[in-house]
Design a protein around this ligand. Structure first.
Ligand code: G4P
Ligand code: NA
Ligand code: NA
Length: 188
């Protein structure tokens, strides 16, 4: 998306370690008008897929996720990164290793919010190594739901997540696809 690429060029900051900082509109301060535009684009891309639920992860997936769900007129559920306090509830869990933070998080969703027969659209802010996407897909599939695709705001196509998703037969839509962050420059 042109408007997103322009915003990244204008406000994105490239940090060492191939990290693109976009916390002035996506990861800390959030631009709601831009998020709505992104949500409309996800909804357009997946309009023929009978999506019944959007699944994302807290925290940064929630903004694009809610806008996509709003435009598709379906509920959004976000996986939590903290263990649920009510252990009596039936939950699906998945382990997500973060290469950037060197920690493993257990993400979870209560079973009552993901169903067999659901057609799930997975949304996230960033696709890097794909660990978060894999975890979200696992949660949906544990429920017997079908993953109709993965939509991300920004993918770093040179890291492993992009290829993993395509190699495993998942549809991937990235609204901005970053080819390189070499020398502090963003190349799409
Ligand atoms: P992966 O899920 O694709 O494997 O990503 P990885 O472990 O490498 O990244 C861990 C966290 O860092 C994720 O957020 C991911 O979205 C984010 N991230 C990865 N690369 C970038 C980048 O270049 N720029 C920005 N801004 N974020 C990046 P998270 O831990 O789930 O955090 P949050 O949702 O609470 O923000
Ligand atoms: Na994220
Ligand atoms: Na993030």
């Amino acid at each position: 998306m042109k408007i997103l690429e322009e915003r990244i060029k204008k406000d994105g900051i490239v940090l060492p370690g191939d990290v693109l900082k976009v916390n002035s509109f996506l990861n800390h301060q959030i631009d709601p008008q831009l998020m709505m535009t992104l949500g409309q684009e996800f909804a357009r891309l997946f309009k023929d897929d009978q999506v019944t639920r959007v699944l994302t992860a807290e925290a940064s997936g929630i903004a694009p996720g809610i806008m996509a769900a709003y435009c598709l007129k379906v509920p959004m559920v976000f996986a939590r990164k903290k263990k649920p306090s009510t252990v009596t509830d039936d939950v699906y869990t998945a382990e997500v290793y973060s290469y950037t933070k060197h920690v493993t998080n257990t993400i979870s969703v209560e079973a009552k919010f993901l169903h067999k027969g659901d057609r799930v659209l997975v949304i996230d802010d960033f696709l890097a190594n794909g660990e978060a996407a894999k975890g979200l897909i696992s949660l949906a599939e544990q429920a017997g739901a079908e993953v109709v695709g993965v939509g991300v705001v920004v993918e770093k196509a040179f890291q492993g997540g992009h290829d993993w998703l395509l190699d495993h037969g998942y549809r991937l839509e990235a609204l901005a696809s970053v080819k390189s962050l070499k020398d502090g420059k963003v190349e799409f």
